[in-house]
Write a protein that binds this ligand. Sequence first.
Ligand code: PMP
Length: 386
Amino acid sequence: HKEYLLIPGPTPIADEVYEALGQETMGHTDPRFTKIYKHAIDLTKELFNTDAEAYVISGSGTLAMEMAIVNTVSKGDRILVVSHGYFGDRFIPLAQAFGIEVDVLQAEWGTQVSLELIQQQLKAHTYKAVTVTHVDTSTGVVANIEQLIPIVKAANALFILDGVCATAALEENMGKGYGSEEAKIDIVLSGSQKAIGVPPGLAIIAFSEEALAARQDLDTVPAYYADINNWRNVMDNPSNYFATPPVNLIYAYECAMKIVLQEGMEARIKRHENYGAAIRRALNAFGMTPLAKEAVAAPTLSCILYPEGINDVEFRAKLAERGIIVAGALAHLAGKAFRIGHMGSVTATVLEHAICQIGEVLEDMGHKVTIGAALKAFRQVLTVEV
Ligand code: PMP
């Protein structure tokens, strides 16, 4: 690797995935390709533990967000957006673009929206759907879906989960009842470029039977490319044509999904939780503070506040010279924090390397740190894969 891409997506790509991506492009209805595509869709259903429907098409996570909304909610309906940051907020203009009424509960950045507030809101109004961002990539806050799902389902709303920065790293089990047998996730939407470890370019979305029934209730929807009814025949049998699929990305995605399921979700969930906790502890030893408290901090990425006197642009440029790419913070945190991804095919060795480089850059910028102490903190927390 020339560089380690430790931004919160896209993430590092495994060599096998690059190899798959680089295979000769086949025709999109070639039976050899349609078999791979079908397998990719089946693996997606396996990942989300659903027998209902999954769609994997050209697009980014935002298209998948749009597909979730447009296929279940119509003009004049009301939704509740539970937002833990920039990407939670994205559902507001998105839904409003379709004439949907939106209520929002926004957390202070770095914290979760209180369950009581959500419960109150669900009592006061009727909602067609509630959107929850599993991990908000702007704040590194994870949503408490175990508690949110039963509350939302008790209010007869669809539970729409944005898994763009969580899928394949956190549990998103559509077959599981939360609290009761009926309280299940209705939609998980995602993208290829984060914990799945595929280059950007795929919109991924799975619908429960209840979500599919909501689509059928709508009759027509204000979309064409994003209308799942136009894709159903392709997902059932990819030799059917609707719009040309990204053949090479599907090769890569099938390969990455095999890697994901081979490791197994149980192991992946543990690994990501452990990496998150360990890297935050290490960076804390450098005098850097995670924006989110540990109890609500995400396994996939962290938003880290700089110590006094560290210039953001200079810090990230110096790190980049050393082959470590991290991201700036968004909105009001720009310049005050950086974001580091620790998901997908990242290993503990890569993270240790990043910690050393961050320590050396801090020293270089005149900030006194002890790299050994940070590494020790990392290894003390690390329980998986040394
Ligand atoms: N939701 C979340 C949680 C995200 O992190 C992102 C992308 N960073 C999106 C949605 C939008 O996805 P995309 O940029 O692939 O359209």
